[in-house]
Design a protein around this ligand. Structure first.
Ligand SMILES: Cc1cc2nc3c(=O)[nH]c(=O)nc-3n(C[C@H](O)[C@H](O)[C@H](O)COP(=O)(O)OP(=O)(O)OC[C@H]3O[C@@H](n4cnc5c(N)ncnc54)[C@H](O)[C@@H]3O)c2cc1C
Length: 311
């Protein structure tokens, strides 16, 4: 793994650096390439543009780790509003939403689990009314059990709710087996957080091997796998496993992040694959951006330049 990955992921959780960096306007070069805008309108506009190119979308209203119930409520309201806007613009066939439970109250002392569940229920109801779905993002390993337990609760009323599993965690192959049942939407990603070695593979090759084992479980299973990676090797392996297991396009999908390998996104959509773009928006882009820089430290120099040019 890159030498810069660990310090960058530590910075992703630093409140002080966040304060300093977040004064940058979202239009600053590197931020803009990963985050199309700050408002619900800009998110709906970005969705419309991607949908025109035959791409599907999942919208993420940026924010995480809140300890403030009012902020959690504001995040829920933003999701409800953007779902209404998507519906009014006829975009819910193309777009769903992704939600981080830590942004809607999971870390509130004592009442975190209950609050996140109730808030997630409100968003799921709004999504269902708008004719679309919700996927629960997965955060660091300390939240996995709580997130999967909230998922189980939500799926009693909203079985269409999607889950995310991270191949870097040792537990994930078993979690894939548990979730590879009919109707179960599961996004498989490598994992974006700094994790200790007692719970996670540290070597990139081991993460990739785990990703392939998990792909096999999900593609051989009865559920709906959502293959989230920019890695050309993983995309190729997923495609050949999909045909080996008799999967036709439409019984699984690929997913990539906004601004990353956009030509590949269009190439896959052009050959008839379902291709969904994860579109983060809002002002709380700091943690998201730091995780993207940790994956691609080559981009750090652009980032530093945009910080300096602001002053
Ligand atoms: C749709 C989606 C949703 C996600 N949701 C979650 C989640 O809920 N929880 C979570 O922990 N993580 C999530 N992630 C992030 C994921 O865990 C990885 O951190 C991230 O996708 C990088 O891993 P990778 O599979 O792309 O492969 P990597 O091994 O990071 O990269 C492989 C190759 O992809 C290309 N590439 C990667 N990053 C870039 C870049 N920034 N710019 C240009 N090329 C690049 C390069 O060719 C690189 O060699 C999500 C990712 C996607 C695509």
């Amino acid at each position: 793994m890159s030498l810069l990955r660990q310090p960058l992921l530590l910075l992703a959780r630093s409140g002080q650096v966040k304060k300093l960096v977040s004064t940058m306007p979202v239009s600053a070069g590197i931020v803009r390439s990963y985050v199309p805008g700050e408002t619900n309108e800009s998110a709906a506009d970005a969705t419309a543009a991607l949908a025109e190119d035959g791409l599907l979308v999942t919208l993420d209203f940026l924010g995480e780790d809140t300890l403030d119930a009012e902020q959690a409520d504001a995040t829920v309201a933003a999701y409800v509003d953007v779902l209404k806007q998507l519906s009014a613009r006829g975009l819910t066939r193309s777009a769903e939403v992704s939600v981080k439970l830590s942004a809607i109250g999971q870390f509130l002392p004592e009442v975190g689990h209950k609050t996140a569940l109730e808030n997630a229920r409100t968003i799921c109801r709004a999504a269902r009314n708008a004719g679309t779905t919700v996927t629960l993002d997965m955060e660091d390993h300390t939240t996995t059990d709580s997130t999967l337990s909230i998922l189980r609760e939500l799926r009693k009323d909203f079985p269409e709710t999607g889950a995310v599993l991270q191949a870097m965690l040792h537990r994930t192959e078993a979690d894939c087996r548990a979730l590879a049942h009919e109707g179960s939407r599961v996004r498989l990603c490598k994992g974006a957080y700094l994790e200790p070695e007692d719970v996670a593979f540290q070597d990139r090759l081991d993460v990739d091997r785990s990703y392939v084992r998990c792909l096999k479980v999900l593609l051989a299973g009865e559920g709906y796998p959502m293959i989230a990676t920019h890695d050309p090797r993983m995309v190729e392996i997923a495609s050949s496993l999909a045909s080996r297991y008799g999967r036709t396009p439409g019984t699984y999908e690929f997913q990539m992040l906004y601004g990353i390998r956009p030509e590949e996104q269009r190439r896959l959509a052009g050959k008839g694959e379902r291709m969904r773009v994860y579109v983060p928006y809002g002002t709380e882009w700091y943690g998201y951006l730091m995780r993207r820089l940790a994956e691609r430290p080559q981009n750090l120099s652009f980032f530093v330049r945009s910080l300096i040019s602001k002053k």
